[in-house]
Ligand binder design. Structure first.
Ligand code: C2O
Ligand code: CU
Length: 433
């Protein structure tokens, strides 16, 4: 069932003011600096794509492909991206998922900018302060536009090599009009030689958690949502649970006599739809008992503290957010859909704690714009070590506590990254007073 457009909380489009929004954040911009400038041009346009199986699909693309061009920059660069809309009638934007940037560059139509209409353009500018794997997507009617193809990767490299690898690959798990694909393919092949060490950056642009099984070899999870894991131990036969919107970077070595194969298992549909193969094609090891493999447990790991900032002894604001579903088709936070929820109000410098309680409706991958948060507890148990994310999948009956410092003034969305849930109401604003 298609819902009326007003229900699409992930994009209002016409510069209408959001009920939660008190001010616009148009003048919160990156200051001028001497950072090296990297320029890109992305044109949003409709395109007919031909898949390997000969099928053709009508897609919406940035520069003719989905995912759009991979943007690769160095940490510290000033990224300048001009978005032009050729012919997407509803208008488009670009949201830089996971990137800490000034509010005016966040790409949320009706809140931080107007949607870019056909024939118009908008230039985004931000300093890539964080290294790691990120992605971008249209935030105008995002449940439709991301599924139609308006997505891409943003990779921020560090100057000094952080991990030891020979190949650096990035892949995007996505859906194109309901067809699960990885970089437009059902089965993706990446070239790698025996003995080579590979860093594989996995971006999940689908709406549900994707669990990846790795056949035959041990691997290390070295980064989650662009935050490096501290001293990751190698694991074997554990599923990599990449929540919707999340990124997991893994590191492994191609065996001397064969290949590495990854199979995606959809967290909700339980179907194995897409694969990634690296190496020379000779099989080593089979994936057995796929759905009985344990999952990689991020709560046992830690990421070094962000900017050396450690938690306060007391939080300035504490909010409990109950995530739920109600008949027939509403996804709610504290029993309200997005446009009925009052924004969470904070002051610059506040330490904020959010308690996320999932009471139903499936997994809710909760994403906060413009900030990185620390996961404090899972089901009441404190985590061993600090770990940071920008998107956290919360399963049914789970409770997490997360914390962040309100140090990036503006108007920010907090929403479920199952974009269907967001469209049906699961979102709210975080506003600075
Ligand atoms: Cu990747 Cu508000 O979204
Ligand atoms: Cu959800």
């Amino acid at each position: 069932m298609e819902l009326p457009e007003e229900m699409d909380v992930s994009g209002h489009g016409h510069g209408t003011s959001h009920p939660g929004g008190t001010t616009s954040c148009a003048d919160l911009k990156e200051p001028t600096t001497t950072a090296p400038v990297k320029k890109f041009h992305l044109t949003a346009k409709a395109e007919t794509l031909k898949l390997e199986n000969g099928k053709t699909l009508d897609a919406w693309t940035y520069n003719g492909t989905t995912p759009g061009p991979e943007i690769r920059v160095q940490q510290g660069d000033r990224v300048v991206v001009t978005l032009e809309n050729e012919n997407i009638q509803a208008g488009v934007t670009i949201h830089w998922h996971g990137v800490i940037l000034p509010c005016s560059q966040d790409g949320v139509p009706g809140i931080t900018q107007d949607a870019v209409k056909p024939g118009e353009a908008f230039t985004y500018q931000f300093i890539a302060k964080q290294a790691g794997s990120f992605w971008y997507h249209s935030h105008q009617q995002s449940s439709i536009q991301a599924r139609k193809g308006l997505i891409g990767r943003l990779i921020v490299e560090t100057k000094k090599k952080d991990w030891d690898y020979d190949k650096d690959y990035a892949v995007t798990l996505h859906n194109l009009d309901g067809h699960p694909l990885i970089d437009q393919k059902k089965d993706l092949y990446l070239k790698a030689e025996p003995g080579e060490k590979v860093r594989l950056r996995i971006v999940n642009a689908r709406n549900t958690t994707q669990k990846l099984a790795v056949a035959g070899i041990p691997y290390q999870v070295i980064s989650i949502d662009g935050n490096d894991i501290h001293g990751p131990s190698p694991v074997k036969n554990q599923l990599i649970p990449v929540g919707a919107g999340q990124r997991y970077d893994i590191l492994f070595q191609i065996p001397e006599n064969g290949q590495v194969k990854l199979v995606t298992l959809d967290g909700e549909e339980q179907n194995t739809s897409t694969t990634i193969t690296l190496g020379d094609g000779r099989e080593v090891g089979k994936i057995t008992d796929l759905d009985r493999q344990p999952e990689f447990d991020f709560t046992r790991y830690g990421t070094p503290t962000h900017d050396g900032v450690s938690l306060p002894s007391k939080f300035d604001r504490v909010y409990t957010l109950t995530l739920d579903w109600s008949w027939p088709d509403q996804f709610t936070i504290n029993d309200k859909v997005m446009h009925h929820n009052q924004p969470l109000m904070v002051k610059k410098g506040d330490w904020v704690k959010l308690r996320l309680v999932n009471e139903g409706g499936g997994t809710h991958p909760m994403h906060l714009h413009g900030h990185v948060f620390q996961v404090l507890t899972k089901n009441g148990k404190p985590l061993k070590s600090s770990i940071y994310m920008d998107t956290l999948p919360v399963d049914v009956n789970e409770t997490y506590e997360i914390a962040f410092r309100a140090d990036n003034p503006g108007l920010w969305m907090l929403h479920c990254h199952n974009l269907i849930h967001a469209r049906l109401g699961m979102g709210m604003m975080l506003n600075y007073e």
